[in-house]
Design a protein around this ligand. Structure first.
Ligand code: BJW
Length: 225
């Protein structure tokens, strides 16, 4: 059975990482135009680095929860071919044991040179004047996908959605495209679609499981044993 799972910030909420659009979410404190757009980075790189440095510190101090672990178990179940796509830039899926994770919005623990395109392991604290290890220019940015940029690995995501028997969106508000269109893509390919979330989003799904991810995801994974 081909299963595609899309995860969002809600799956890491119970590990202590902030979501974006919930009450008290990151965008209430940090306007997204300032910290999650290429224009915001060009205007004030130090502010953007501070935002991601704080989130990197938070992520390094967090641990995977029961929902991350259940998805790592799902990957290993006989008869299941899982494609795990995450919008999250944390590495909690990998630390829970998932082997193949598609990070469509990039990774907090990676740095990218906006001048030459080189990538390397991000230090805990990034700064605007740190030189790129390849071209030596002071052009290091977090390797994340901001608004107006093209998400990573779209070809792999679309191929998986086309082949999916089951599509599950976990802990995502469905407000950010192209990920918000994945359930419709999967449905067009004949997949059964399911939303697993604390609150129902506005998107159409065949069914929903409502509740905290640490309870709902392990219970859903059990249905495939
Ligand atoms: C729980 C829980 C618990 C809580 N248990 N659940 C007009 C129409 C259509 C599109 C556009 C448009 N204008 C502009 C666009 C495009 C734009 C877009 O979508 N804008 C919208 C705002 C309208 N998109 C883009 O620019 C993207 N690029 C693009 O489209 O390129 C064109 C292209 C695409 C494809 C092929 C070719 C070309 C890029 C989007 C980049 C998003 N980047 C960010 C920040 C960077 C990473 C980071 O800093 O972390 O990614 S924005 C932010 O939102 C982050 C997230 O990954 C993303 C999604 O958020 P998520 O995960 O859904 O979090 P929340 O907070 O929204 O929801 C949390 C959910 O969890 C809630 O539902 C809670 O209920 C739930 N929850 N606790 C279970 N315990």
């Amino acid at each position: 059975m081909q299963i595609v799972v899309l995860t969002g910030a809600g799956i890491s909420a119970e590990s202590g990482l902030g979501t974006f659009r919930d009450k008290g979410g990151l965008w209430e404190t940090y306007p997204l135009e300032e910290v999650a757009t290429p224009e915001g980075f060009a205007r004030n790189p130090a502010k953007v680095h501070d935002f991601y440095n704080a989130r990197r510190e938070n992520a390094l101090g967090s641990v995977p929860n029961a929902a991350h672990k259940a998805l790592a178990d799902l990957e290993r179940l006989p008869g299941v071919a899982l494609t795990l796509i995450t919008q999250n830039i944390d590495n909690l899926h990998e630390r829970a044991g998932s082997q193949r994770v598609i990070h469509m919005h990039g990774e907090l623990m990676q740095a990218l040179c906006s001048s030459c395109g080189a990538r390397w392991d991000a230090p805990a604290v990034m700064s605007p004047d740190a030189p790129c290890p390849t071209c030596n220019r002071p052009a290091a940015r977090p390797d994340v996908v901001w608004f107006g940029e093209i998400p990573y690995h779209m070809d792999r995501c679309l191929a998986a959605l086309e082949a999916a028997d089951v599509f599950a969106a976990i802990g995502t508000s469905g407000e950010v495209y192209p990920a918000a269109g994945f359930s419709a893509e999967a449905a067009r390919s004949g997949a059964e679609t399911i939303e697993i979330n604390l609150e129902a989003s506005a998107a159409y799904f065949d069914s929903r499981i409502i509740g905290p991810a640490t309870e709902t995801v392990p219970a859903w994974v059990e249905t495939f044993r």
